[in-house]
Each structure stands twice: as structure tokens, then as C-alpha cells.
Design a protein around this ligand. Structure first.
Ligand code: 5GP
Length: 325
């Protein structure tokens, strides 16, 4: 289905239903949370009953978003009329165990995604890799539905767009992204307050962890990589969310075209990898080799340990990928 046909179809699917559950991916980021809450406000504006559930905790910088206090961390026992997945390529990407969906097997599912690696796993799929954020897709839906775009909805959607464009720096940032930001600010999003909340409210542990990661920095242009272990996390008194964004320092190095940041996961048997690239180097296809996914310039996956083997596997593929471009 052409993306432009998806909105009217989705609006009629919504009109036919009353009760929705909205969820998004594990270790949620600004787009996952901002678009889920934005969609919650949209659906409630249409008179629907909405629950929002995330498997993982909400990072502290997003807790002030309007409606964040309504987020639950379990799936409802009574099946909703539709289950809406944002930015997920399969049920498991939510972080909820697959068995948690057993009682929802007959529920109508809706998948809204902007990842190149998105998959059509739901009853209805709207995947548009040209969109800078799922928040922008929710905004288009809101405009088409004629619902009142409240300051609460605008705040959530602006946060989604701000964070998923890397503060308007990624290649997905085009003229229409700024027009979207302008509309959201006109509808009541306070750009300065949101930036203060997202970028200037971090716990000190995040910077201690960054220091540990940068002690493990290796640069062999066009690649850069770094890692943190569970010991680094403990020594920094850090949480998983403190590791978000460390990879952006690596790709910020001149001459580096692809970067990998590895974080040892609890249990010590595997590593979460965050990959970033510049220009035409495609790290989504590298992540997909390891059952992960994402965008051309930002992706992630899980690697089995130990660390030297995990690094070797991912760096081999990144080297190969940078040579292709
Ligand atoms: P990050 O490195 O910030 O965790 O993720 C970068 C991008 O890749 C985000 O858009 C995120 O949704 C996506 N991503 C990260 N890990 C995975 C994964 O395991 N599977 C899929 N499908 N996408 C991922």
C-alpha cells in the first residue's frame, strides 16, 4: 500500500474500534515514548480508551512528558480492540516476552514504523522510511483526523522529532522537518523547555560512564569503537539508560565513517551494540546480519560474547560495509 493511502485506511480502522493498547520497543528512546504518548493523546481526542505499555523503564529525561505517568509495564489482561506497535519489527522487539502476547493472539494489530528494516508483521502495516520519526507519522495522522492538536500532544511529538533527528542533524532532517517543528511549536510545544529536559537533565552517572567508555576508545579510521563492561557500569553507579548516546561521540570523530559502541548486558553473556555511520555507509544492513535493525546511519543489534569475539564479528562487517561505499 502506498504510504499516502495508509492514513485514511488507518483512520477508518481506528473509527471502528474503541479500546487501544499502544506499545513500542525495548529500552525506549524519545521517539518511542514521544510518539506513543502523542498517539495516546490523539486517540483520546477521538474519544477512544487508550493504555500505553512499555516493557522497560522510561528514562528519567522523558518522565516529565505529558501522560508519562500513565505508562504501565504490563500488557492488559483484557484484550483491547487493537494493539498498536510503534517502531517495532516484531512482537519481541517490544521487550515483552512473546508468551505475554498469547492471550492477545486474536487481537487486531497495527504496526507504524519508519525504519528501513521495518517488517510487515501486523494485521495492518504503515511503514514509511522517509519519515524522520514515528512522531511525524502520528502528527500526519492527527492532522488528517482533524483532532485538536493540544499542547500536550505537540510536546510529545516535538520530543519524538527532536530526539530521532539527533537534534535536527541526521540526513532525515529536511525542509519539511523544520516545518513540522514549527507547527508543533505553534501548537504549544515549548522548544526550549523540552531541550532543557532532554539534554540538560542528565544524572552525573551518565558522564562517569562516558569517561569509562572513552578510556576504551579505539580509532582506526574509517572505524571507531568503544565498550563498557558490567564492572564499568557498577563503578559509575550507572543504569542502562546512561549508556544511551555514547556512540554519538565516536561518530563525531573526523575521518570516522562507522562507529560501534558495545555495552555488556546483564548476565555477561552478550553485548548490545549501537552502530552509527556517516553518509552512505549502511549500518542497518550490518545490524540485520545479527538479527537487529534500524536506519542506514543508526542501528543496533545484540552480539554474543565474549567481548573480543563480539568486537571482531561486528568490526569485520563494518569494515566490509565501509569498503562497499
Ligand atoms: P540505538 O543504537 O540508539 O539503540 O538504536 C539506533 C536505532 O536502531 C534505533 O532506531 C533503534 O530503534 C534501532 N535498533 C536498535 N537495536 C535494534 C534491534 O535490536 N532491532 C531492531 N529492529 N532495531 C534496533
Amino acid at each position: 500500500m502506498n504510504p499516502s493511502d495508509s492514513i485514511p485506511t488507518l483512520l477508518s480502522l481506528i473509527a471502528d474500534r474503541d479500546h487501544f493498547l499502544v506499545t513500542s520497543h525495548a529500552r525506549p528512546d524519545g521517539d518511542a515514548i514521544g510518539s506513543a504518548l502523542g498517539l495516546m493523546h490523539l486517540l483520546e481526542g477521538l474519544g477512544k480508551q487508550v493504555e500505553v505499555a512499555f516493557a522497560d523503564p522510561i528514562p528519567v529525561i522523558y518522565l516529565a512528558l505529558p501522560g508519562a505517568n500513565r505508562i504501565t509495564h504490563t500488557l492488559p489482561t483484557n484484550p483491547p480492540d487493537a494493539l498498536i506497535f510503534l517502531e517495532c519489527d516484531r512482537f519481541e522487539r517490544t521487550g515483552f516476552p512473546i508468551e505475554a502476547f498469547d492471550h492477545l493472539a486474536a487481537t487486531f494489530t497495527i504496526n507504524i514504523d519508519h525504519h528501513l528494516s521495518g517488517r510487515r508483521f501486523a494485521s495492518f502495516n504503515w511503514i514509511d522510511p522517509h519519515c524522520c520519526a514515528v512522531g511525524s507519522m502520528v502528527y500526519d495522522l492527527a492532522v488528517a483526523s482533524s483532532v485538536n492538536i493540544t499542547p500536550a500532544m505537540a510536546t510529545c511529538l516535538y520530543t519524538a522529532v527532536l530526539t530521532d533527528t539527533g537534534s535536527f542533524t541526521y540526513p532525515s532532517t529536511v525542509a519539511s522537518t523544520f516545518a513540522l517543528a514549527e507547527h508543533l511549536v505553534q501548537r504549544g510545544a515549548d522548544a526550549n523547555r523540552i531541550a532543557q529536559q532532554v539534554y540538560f537533565s542528565n544524572p552525573a552517572s551518565k558522564f562517569h560512564l562516558l569517561g569509562a567508555a572513552l578510556r576504551n576508545l579505539h580509532v582506526e579510521a574509517p572505524l571507531a569503537w568503544a565498550w563498557i563492561t558490567l564492572d564499568d557500569m557498577a563503578a559509575s553507579n550507572a543504569t542502562v539508560e546512561d549508556s544511551e548516546g555514547i556512540v554519538n561521540y565516536l561518530i563525531g570523530i573526523v575521518g570516522v565513517e562507522a562507529a560501534a559502541f558495545l555495552r555488556e548486558a546483564p548476565g555477561g553473556t552478550h553485548f548490545r551494540a549501537s552502530l552509527r555511520s556517516k553518509n552512505t555507509v549502511d549500518v542497518a544492513s550490518v545490524a540485520e546480519l545479527f538479527n537487529g535493525g534500524g536506519h542506514r546511519n543508526a542501528s543496533g543489534c545484540t552480539l554474543t560474547g565474549p567481548l573480543p569475539e563480539a568486537l571482531d564479528r561486528i568490526l569485520t562487517q563494518l569494515r566490509h560495509q565501509t569498503l562497499l561505499t
